[in-house]
Design a binder for this molecule. Structure first.
Ligand SMILES: NC(=O)c1ccc[n+]([C@@H]2O[C@H](COP(=O)([O-])OP(=O)(O)OC[C@H]3O[C@@H](n4cnc5c(N)ncnc54)[C@H](OP(=O)(O)O)[C@@H]3O)[C@@H](O)[C@H]2O)c1
Length: 344
């Protein structure tokens, strides 16, 4: 790409249900020049995350959404291309929410330096970044794992779920994963060391999940909602904990599912089993970031936590990869490789 062109991906229309290619538009603009105190970032890796579907919606949420015609939001690892700030110099590697584009102007205070000597820089988007911290804080603060307990987590080969199960095992739990294909399940047990993994596409999934949890479920780390949650509810033990992290099975939903109202069944379980169900957003635990970075960094160095990245080449392929992420086509943390990695 010529250095004078900045490709940007905008939200062209609000999706109705699952996003389509026509909801995105690639435009070419000029590369901006940094003003006083500003930094010009060249995107190397762009993170794709399920929360972006929420930002594309008009529904009120915990943060401001994207308007039609605006740049798609997203975190990225970038190289500083030019700097008018004393704390950052050209060649530094930084993380920031700089969006779906080749180049971005940013304030130095909104960027965090990434140390290429500590780990591959792409990990700042996954296991050592927001998804890893989501797994760590949600599980430890709300799930409160204890030795000998059983944890269930879905999207178990993905960015958050893969870390949740491995941390639970470090804490002495039995970790049962749920994933969307036999290949993902083999990876979750074979590579990540979960005790079991069930395919939620299997027609006998509820019975197989029950078989894999002979002592019931003490922690259900909620990543998906829908049919997986329904299969877990009858298995809850007394005083089970449910960190509600995400509901990806619902993000493309345009109307409530048909069928009987299940809320009375759920509320009876909440009461009689004394369930502790708590939603959270990772930044509720922002003060634990340094602890997370040190602990997770050590676990990765010791080989106690493994991670998988699904890297797609080319900014222009971000919309398709994002649509795939919402359908389970990714296998590991979804990342777009936008420009050459100068550290790798
Ligand atoms: N609360 C927070 O602060 C926070 C922060 C980060 C992420 N999250 C949430 O955490 C969850 C996982 O995010 P991630 O970044 O780690 O993504 P990910 O797991 O890497 O990718 C998403 C996965 O969701 C699964 N999935 C999609 N539709 C599904 C369905 N209908 N039923 C069951 N599984 C389905 C697919 O895996 P399978 O093919 O294995 O089903 C897909 O690969 C999301 O719900 C996300 O919104 C929350």
């Amino acid at each position: 790409m010529p250095e004078s062109v900045n490709r940007q991906i905008l939200m062209a229309a609000r999706p109705e249900g699952a996003p389509a290619e026509s909801d995105f538009e690639l435009v070419e603009t000029e590369v901006p020049a940094p003003g006083d105190g500003q930094v010009l970032c060249r995107t190397i890796y762009l993170s794709l995350d399920p929360y972006m579907r929420g930002r594309m919606s008009a529904a009120k949420s915990y943060t401001k959404g994207v308007e039609v015609g605006e740049l798609m939001v997203g975190g990225a690892v970038s190289e500083v291309a030019a700097s008018n700030h004393p704390d950052l110099k050209p060649g530094d590697i930084v993380f920031g929410y700089t969006g779906w584009q080749d180049f971005a102007l940013a304030e130095a205070k909104d960027l965090r330096k990434v140390d290429p000597a500590a780990a591959p820089i792409s990990t700042a988007l996954g296991i050592l970044g927001m998804p890893g911290m989501t797994a760590y804080t949600g599980l430890l603060n709300i799930g409160r794992p204890k030795k000998g307990e059983t944890l269930v987590v879905a999207a178990a080969s993905g960015a958050v779920g893969s870390a949740v199960g491995q941390i639970a095992r470090i804490k002495g739990c039995r970790a049962v994963g749920v994933a969307g294909s036999p290949e993902k399940c083999d990876f979750v047990t074979g590579e990540l060391g979960f005790d079991a993994c069930l395919n939620h596409q299997d027609p006998d999934f509820p019975a197989k999940l029950a078989e894999a949890c002979p002592d019931g479920v003490d922690i259900y780390y909620e990543n998906v909602g829908g049919a997986v949650f329904e299969a877990v509810v009858p298995l809850f033990n007394f005083f089970a904990r449910v960190p509600v992290c995400g509901l990806i099975a619902q993000y493309n939903m345009t109307e409530l599912p048909a069928g009987p109202n299940q809320i009375p069944v759920l509320m009876r379980a909440v009461l009689t089993k004394r369930l502790n169900i708590r939603g959270f957003i990772v930044w509720d635990f922002a003060e634990q970031e340094a602890d997370f970075t040190a602990t997770m960094g050590a676990w990765i160095r010791d080989g106690r936590v493994k991670y998988r990245e699904d890297i797609v080449n080319g900014l222009e392929n971000a919309p398709r990869a994002f649509m795939g992420l919402l359908e389970g086509k990714n296998f590991g943390k979804q990342i777009i490789h936008v420009a050459d990695d100068p550290t790798g």
